[in-house]
Ligand binder design. Structure first.
Ligand code: ZN
Length: 177
């Protein structure tokens, strides 16, 4: 899946209640950590071109980084690290990281970065439908639009509820405290 859609799905799934920005970032992190440094290098060296890069032109370091960042074992390590060493509060947002990998498994075909989700234990990869397929793109962004429509409706209703209660929790009749 493309990196923007990963961020949007991560945010919608694990940032809808709070810390949206973190969930968005964790949703993009597997791709950011694999392609980010190479992307910056191509910008700085003036060799960045639009469109799908030639596989042969991508340095091996990117494939190594991709193997690590798209492994469910790395995802488990990221979750444990966040939960026990960084911040309990960020744990839910960090769940967008394994979601990224799960979304990638069926949306990459064998010709372009099939997901090494069991690396380094197994090299098994699924030959899925490429996320670059225009029908997939359309369906994916239509689904995102629907998800965000629900998300913003929920947020608007929550705001109205907060305004009505003046920031206080309203207890149902008969249960005032
Ligand atoms: Zn990815």
């Amino acid at each position: 899946m493309d990196i923007l859609a990963h961020g949007l799905w991560g945010g919608a799934a694990f940032g809808w209640k709070r810390k949206y920005g973190w969930a968005f970032l964790f949703g993009m992190l597997p791709d950011l950590s694999a392609f980010g440094p190479y992307f910056v290098y191509r910008i700085l060296s003036g060799t960045l071109k639009f469109g799908k890069p030639e596989i042969a032109s991508i340095p091996s370091a990117v494939f190594i980084a991709y193997n690590f960042s798209h492994s469910l074992f790395t995802a488990a390590a990221v979750l444990l690290l966040v939960r026990f060493a960084i911040s309990k509060e960020l744990f839910i947002s960090a769940c967008a990281y394994p979601l990224h990998i799960l979304c990638d498994i069926p949306t990459h075909d064998k010709t372009f970065f099939p997901t090494p989700f069991l690396f380094p234990v197994s090299d098994f990869r699924v030959n899925g439908i490429s996320w670059g397929n225009k029908y997939f793109m359309l369906i994916n962004y239509a689904a995102l639009l629907t998800a965000y429509f629900i998300y913003f409706r929920y947020k608007a209703k929550e705001k109205v509820r907060e305004n009505l209660s003046g920031g206080q929790i309203i207890f149902p009749a008969g249960r005032e405290q």
